[in-house]
Design a protein around this ligand. Structure first.
Ligand code: SAM
Length: 340
């Protein structure tokens, strides 16, 4: 069965760190494949795959059972709930990978995360992953390095985009420009929803090269063009009546983010629509923080109130500025505006 809200359903298996780490191990040691392939598997066969001393294996199975992944004794099965989550295995594995990768940054640099952002950025491994400076020159090494994080952002976009696109009226748009559009997944979904739209993805050269591969096999490929460029230096291509920034502007200090909005405002056709879709500041409102949120926590200092983006659009004379709050695994703001 496909769950109506895959992002939240998958997060249900990442509520605590140690259980999430046990699940990641169960994937990497082949236990999940073994169990997914049939009704049940012998406990002894799973022990062979896990390759752990008996006491550790007992504990490991308890962690998986406590997390609602498996049930049973000598014959071990996947729970129905976990089988549902496996329908979104790409998302589940991407979330486990990223959470387990960045958790050590939060463990080791928690004080810096809260009180010394430059130090956190200098020392956290997460910023070694998102090396935009290695995306300017297309080399086999740079393609390999970028493929890791582009795979992650593509998977997130695959699942996040519908919540944004369900709330957008694309009927008046025909030429879309997605700035920082990454592998083109967001543009691809726009084209999938509207058969007459043509889209351009603007991104760094290495990311565009990976994006061309990503969309190549899709039915929308012929309607998606990639435009290589550097937002800091280059103008945005003209001729578009819809320009989007999805999860791009938070990466940048206010001055640069404002300058990029300015470039988009210049490039957009009169009457065209500007769309900004961004995570909002984390608000717990009395709830406990699940382990899955570690993936967003490393970006805690960068999430802004939508007021900043609204202000930038307003001072450039944009009309019909609207903000919607969109709940995904955390609140996003969907900001839309029209260029007069
Ligand atoms: C956090 S990712 C978001 C990607 C995508 N929009 C999404 O929602 O998954 C930021 C994107 O901005 C791109 N980017 C970073 N610096 C850039 C620059 N100077 N010029 C153009 N694109 C840039 C990155 O390559 C990446 O694709």
């Amino acid at each position: 069965m496909t769950h109506p809200d895959p992002l939240r359903h998958v997060d249900r298996f990442l509520e605590t760190e140690i259980e999430a780490r046990a699940l990641a191990l169960a994937f990497s040691h082949g236990l999940i494949d073994r169990l997914a392939g049939q009704q049940s598997a012998d406990r002894s066969e799973l022990a062979g795959l896990a390759g752990m001393p008996e006491t550790a294996f007992v504990f490991f199975l308890q962690l998986l059972a406590g997390n609602g992944v498996i049930r049973g004794g000598d014959a071990v099965r996947l729970t129905a709930d976990f089988r549902d989550a496996l329908a979104h295995r790409d998302l589940l594995e991407a979330k486990l990978w990223f959470a387990n990768l960045v958790a050590p940054d939060v463990h080791g640099l928690f004080a810096e995360l809260l009180s010394d952002i430059p130090e956190f950025m200098a020392r956290a491994a997460v910023f070694e992953l998102f090396r935009y400076d290695r995306c300017l020159e297309v080399t086999p090494e740079n393609l390999d390095a970028a493929a890791q994080w582009v795979g992650y952002t593509t998977t997130l976009s695959r699942y996040e985009a519908p919540a944004c696109l369900d709330r957008l009226d694309l009927a008046q748009s025909s030429r879309v420009l997605d700035v920082g559009g990454n592998s083109g997944e967001f543009a691809r979904q726009i084209c999938e929803r509207n058969a007459t739209i043509e889209a351009t993805v603007f991104d760094l050269p290495v990311v565009c090269a990976l994006g061309r591969r990503h969309v190549a096999a899709s039915p929308q490929a012929a309607r998606i063009a990639f435009c290589e460029g550097d937002l800091r230096r280059d103008r945005l291509p003209a001729g578009h009546d819809f320009i989007s920034f999805k999860s791009v502007l938070h990466d940048w200090p206010k001055d640069e983010a404002a300058a990029f909005i300015g470039k988009a405002a210049e490039a957009l056709e009169p009457g065209g629509k500007m769309v900004i879709f961004e995570r909002m500041p984390i608000e717990l409102k009395g709830a406990r923080l699940p382990y899955s949120m570690v993936a967003n926590l490393v970006f805690l200092p960068f999430f802004r109130s939508p007021d900043f983006y609204v202000g930038e659009l307003d001072r450039r004379g944009f009309a019909d500025i609207a903000v919607q709050s969109v709940g995904i695994e955390m609140p996003f703001a969907l900001i839309t505006a029209r260029k007069p």
